[in-house]
Every structure is written in structure tokens, then in C-alpha cells.
Write a protein that binds this ligand. Sequence first.
Ligand SMILES: Cc1ncc(C[n+]2csc(CCOP(=O)(O)OP(=O)(O)O)c2C)c(N)n1
Length: 321
Amino acid sequence: MKLTDEDLLEMYRLMLLTRHFEDKTEELLPTGKLFDFLHTCVGQEHVTVGAVYGLRKEDLVMPSLRGRGAFIAKGVPVKTILAVMFGKQVGATFPKECIHHLGVPELGILVGTGVIGSDIAKATGAALAAKIRGTKQVVLDFFGDGASNRGDFHESLNLAAIWKLPIVYICENNQTAMATPVSTSTSVEDIADRAGGYGIPGVVIRRNDVLAVHEAVQKAVQRAREGGGPTLIECKTYRWYPHAGPLSREKRSVEEIEGWKRKLGYPIEDFKKNLIEKAVLTEQMVEEIESKVDEEIEEAVEFAEKSPFPSPEEALKHVYA
Ligand SMILES: Cc1ncc(C[n+]2csc(CCOP(=O)(O)OP(=O)(O)O)c2C)c(N)n1
């Protein structure tokens, strides 16, 4: 798919919406209103936007635990996401515990769990189901470098390769799983090299570049849709904020964090510069987009505050222990 100027502006807006939304949740955390873990994706916004942009509505997405960017890119309104994080009931939408348990079937978002790696197997199952149904749907499965060391990852890639399932595995290698650096937990320099062990293509994106992610994922989606089977795409990136909210124990120094930003690039800021140089974007348009994004987020806060908590009966439904 050739991207038009409108597409580029929309990708920029989605990345900004994701960044400002995540910043708002960090700001709200001390109020005690969020019933959720705060696994923010700041610094990684380009992965979900680049990958999800251009999918068909019926295509399926399994977000990672750091996955609010994927919800936003697939079209879930930020007011719904925030209300859920407040523990509120929004129509039929009310996850038990936290956003990891939120699926949005009408938008093709699969339900995750808090068990790292297990979602890779579920996404693979969804791809098998799509193949059996013959719907030509493709599944995008997002997960971290830590998850790629779980058995679920290896078993899933093997089966997906053998059965030529329509799935694209997207590893967001942000260099750390909680406090464990990838260099101490992973035996290969590039996680994408593991694709070779299953006879499928492995691709590495070495910079925080939304267009590079988009191009690689589009190619893999086309291959999957045409029956060519899975691809593993590794996006080298970096998590700018602590693992789960400002109180997480943080071993990384400011120098280290800033060094990685310089090395991999600044996903939103670099894209903005690129679009301004191409005369797709102007500083005035940036201001307008930012103010609309912030307005949308303020409306989301109001909506989340006003939405009702679920009734006790609703909260206990489907709870078996
Ligand atoms: C099976 C399992 N082990 C441990 C945890 C605790 N845990 C939650 S997030 C996380 C780190 C995951 O790292 P990674 O897959 O690299 O994703 P990232 O947080 O870096 O985005 C861990 C260990 C868990 N939820 N599930």
C-alpha cells in the first residue's frame, strides 16, 4: 500500500495520541483511580502504529502487555481504554483485573492474559482458526524480548511454520524484561535469527522508524495472506519509562536511557522532522494536531470519571473461584 500524505499525518497523530495518553495515565496514577498496571509504551509508539496501520478491519491483533498503542492503532477510542483502566463498565466491555484481559472482538483485538508468552500461543491458535475458516484474516502478535525466551514462543513458531499460518510475530525488543537486560537472558544478538530455526523469514528493524516497521509488516502480512506462512519481525527499540509506573525499581541510569534514545532515534520527533522536511507537515499543523489530541484525552478523563462501576453481580460473573 502506497502511503499518501493523509496516511502519514494520521500515523503521526496516532503516535502522538499514544504518547500523550500514556503520559496522562502516568499523571493519573498517584490519584489512585487507576485499577491497572501501568506498562507504558512510551518510546515504542512507532511499532504498533507502523504495524497496525493499513491492516484490514477484520485482521486480528494480539497486543503485548505494553499494548495500549495497539488498542489505539486498531481503533479503540481512548475514552473506552481509560474507563476500563478506571475499573468502569463501558457497555459490554469490562475486563476482570486489568487491560491485559480486554478483548474487543468487533475491532479484532484478541484477549490477552498477564502470563507472559502465553498470548503467543493464543494468537497462533487464532491464526489456525482463520486458516480453517478460510477468511484470509492475518494475525499480528506483539510481545517483548522476555516473552521470546518462553517455550510458548518456540512451540508456536514451529507449528505456525509447519502449518503455514497467517501470522506475523512482532517482537518489541526494548532491551529489558523488567530488570533483566536482554544480553543476560538471550543467547543470540538478534532475536529475529531464531526464525531460521523454524525455516521462516526473520527481519530486524534497527531504528525507531515507523515507516521501516510499516514496510516490513506490510510485506509479511501480504505473504501471510497469500498462504506463505509466518514471519518474525524484531523491532530494536527502548522503553523510556520504568517497567510499570514511576515506583518500579529502576536499575537503568539516565545516561543509559538517553544513550539508547540517541542510538535508536526518537520515534515521534524524528518522524515529525521528516514530515516537515517533506513539506507534509508544518509547525502550525503540529500545534493543531497536539491540541486536538489533548482535547480527546481530556474528554476521555471526564468519560472515565463519569462512567459507572459494574454492579457486584456483573463483577462476579465468570469468576469461578
Ligand atoms: C510467566 C510470567 N513470568 C513473569 C511475569 C512477570 N512479568 C510481568 S511483565 C514481565 C517482563 C516482560 O518482559 P518482555 O516480554 O521483554 O516485555 P516488556 O515488559 O519489556 O515490554 C515479567 C517478567 C509474568 N507476568 N508472567
